[in-house]
Design a protein around this ligand. Structure first.
Ligand code: HMN
Length: 291
């Protein structure tokens, strides 16, 4: 069965400080109420790229402490263009905590060559007892990896697959065909069904913090060969995602969590404070789809 991972949100207080209690509540909600199969900690949805190194460690501490005794997979996203930091975080989550799978975003901003990108990944996994998923999200990083690039990265046996947040289904099909044993986790929640058709092993996403049940049902329908039902559920899910995207995805998910009694708090600057329009929009989405 394809697994569903919530890209874990981080709760912040009004001043943008990590709210440990709220973050623990989100974890409990994801596991106990949504029924996710795993958590992707320190990703885009966790607002990770706006955190300092010690704050990143704190989020990993909280997630590990709260969830390591639960029957869920835990993945720590440690990547950053600061390779020294990425290596330190990889060691931290594996040696000090007990993460067995790490992930790293493609290094961004400086237009690194592919050789530099390969070196980055090999360095991150070199001294740690963990496997790694490449985190590919070209729309935000500007870094597109080709099929041959993936082939070179996958030569390292510790690099076990990719979290694929990309709408290029031709490339996805080519990766699946060429690397049947590598793990591919789909990252665009709104494109789950086409990704399932291409044979992904599961999905990781922000909306699974609040909307996992319909997704599990959709996966189930797909696996039973009931494609009409799977398509119906994909439409149902995407009505919600479209409304969320139009209202601002992270604030909306956090505000919906608040409606559910989970203290997900605020987003962190430079993300804007919620204004009345966003709050009203989230109320409407909650009332229409979640009540
Ligand atoms: C993560 O790293 O936190 C997520 O897994 C990233 C994930 O692919 C999300 N992408 C972003 O937030 C940029 C999606 O879940 C996305 O939010 C969703 O598909 C709506 O577009």
């Amino acid at each position: 069965m394809q697994k569903v991972y919530a890209a874990l949100m981080t709760a912040f207080d009004e001043n943008g400080n990590i709210d440990e209690k709220g973050t623990r509540e989100i974890i409990r909600h994801d596991i106990d109420v949504e029924g996710v199969d795993g958590l992707y900690v320190g990703g885009s949805t966790g607002e990770n790229f706006m955190l300092g190194k010690d704050e990143k460690k704190r989020v990993f501490d909280i997630a590990w402490d709260e969830a390591h005794n639960d029957d869920v997979d835990l993945i720590a996203q440690v990547g950053s263009p600061n390779l020294h930091e990425a290596m330190e975080l990889a060691k931290y989550v594996t040696n000090e905590l007990g993460f067995k799978t790490i992930s790293a975003v493609t290094p961004f901003y400086y237009n690194f060559t592919f050789d530099e990108i390969k070196h980055y990944y090999d360095e991150i996994v070199k001294d740690v007892d963990a496997n790694l998923l490449v985190y590919s999200i070209p729309a935000l990083t500007g870094v597109s990896l080709s099929l041959d690039n993936f082939a070179k990265l996958f030569e390292n046996p510790k690099i076990i697959g990719v979290k694929y947040t990309n709408a290029d289904f031709y490339l996805l099909e080519r990766i699946r065909e060429r690397f049947p044993d590598k793990k591919i986790l789909s990252g665009f929640d709104e494109m789950l069904l086409p990704a399932l058709i291409e044979g992904v092993d599961g999905c990781i996403g922000s909306t699974y913090n609040v909307n996992t049940k319909v997704v599990k049902e959709e996966i189930d329908a797909y696996n039973k060969g009931d494609f009409e039902r799977a398509r119906e559920l994909e439409h149902q899910k995407n009505d919600v995602i479209t409304a969320m995207l139009n209202n601002g995805i992270y604030p909306t998910i956090k505000l919906i969590l608040e409606h559910m009694g989970v203290h997900a708090g605020y987003t962190r600057a430079p993300m804007a404070k919620y204004d009345d329009k966003v709050i009203k929009g989230a109320d409407e989405i909650y009332n229409k789809y979640f009540k």
